[in-house]
Every structure is written in C-alpha cells, then in structure tokens.
Design a protein around this ligand. Sequence first.
Ligand SMILES: [Zn+2]
Length: 235
Amino acid sequence: MPKGNHGRVSRPRGQNIKYIEVPGGGFLCPHLACRTRRVYPGTENVRQHLLNVHRIDPPVKLSNLGKKFIILYRWNSTIRGAEQMPATVATLLALKLTADGHEPWIDRHDLAVDSDLKDVIRDRLQQSKVAVICIGPGDLERCSQPDDFFRWEINNARQLEHEGRLKVVIVAHGTNDWKDFICGTSMVKQRREKALRETGEWGSDILKYLTDHYVIQYEVNKLDTISAQIIKSLP
Ligand SMILES: [Zn+2]
C-alpha cells in the first residue's frame, strides 16, 4: 500500500480544494460537508481547520475560487481632462463582470510601486485565467521607462500568455489607432514621432502584438457584449 493512503491525513484528496474568499475579507471552509460556515482571517487558518476537522492536508499554496480575471490598466491618464478615464473603463468592466457572476480582481490602489505590490500582482496574475488589459490614448507613453509599472504588468501578462498559462484580452478605449496608445491625442507630427522613438523596440513590439492580437473595442453602451466576449475567452 502506498504511503499516505492509510494515515489520518490524505493529501491527494486535498489537492483539488480551493479556498473560498469572502467579499470584504476572510475565508470559508471549502469542504462540502462542513457545517461551521465560520469566516477565517487567513488561508493558513482554513488549512489548519481542514487538517484538524476534516483530516485533509491541502497544499499550502491554493488559488482563490472565482478570481479568474485580473484587470490591468493605467491608473491615471496624462490626457488633460481624461485623467480618470482608464480607471473608469476598468471599474465599469469589473462591475459588469461582477454583475455577470464573476469576481474579477482589480487593482484600485494608487500605491507607490514597491516590491510588495509587484508580489501581489505577480501572485494574482499566476492565479488568473484571463488578464484583461485596458488601454487608451497615451497610456503606453510612459512605458518608455523600463521601470514603468504598467509596462511591467503588460510584460508579465504577455510572458504568462506565451507560456500558455493565461489568456490576454485587450480592451481598447478612446481610439482605434493603436499608435495613439503611445502618442496620445496630439496631432503634432514631431511629438508623435518623438513618443514612438522613445518607447523604442518595446513600443514597436507592442504595436505589432496589438495588430496581431484580438482586441475588443470599448463602448459604454456595449458593456453587455464586451463582458460576454471577455467571459467567452475563458479557457
Ligand atoms: Zn470545515
């Protein structure tokens, strides 16, 4: 008899268990026969409960049930008068996906970029099935800086997509000329050329990627269709 099949702890049974995150914080026991309905502050508490009460030893790192989508966007637009536009589009998409029965994860915190935040996003990306990247005019201009956070997020999502571990859905808003993502709304030729020059290879690569990639055009009165398209992209 293989080891582990006769002890008080059965690891294989626990491997498919996923933690159930409660809106507002905390976790519920995912065991179907559990009657406690207690909300635990952290996944480690649920793990201990599973071990002690249900005799199940789940793996330490488990995904959260329901968080299949992560929404990435530029926190603040540099376009005058449209500063809140990227966050508005991203928030509306999150609300619509929530209304349609999903629990998208959206980063709303305008925090300083530090390693903690990168850890959170990296973790969330790895747990997600679909990364929804919202891009509008000028949102990629600051990607000329290699340490730009949105650039880092896009690179990470694309890398996971490349590895076949997640799908990327692009939602474009405010333009159907992808160069505007880098150049903004300026019509001045020199300014546009300068922006394209400054994003360099990264810029031409992302423009090529967007041309080859499936892109959903955002329209506020088509949220139903857009949400359905995003949900349909689930593997
Ligand atoms: Zn339980």
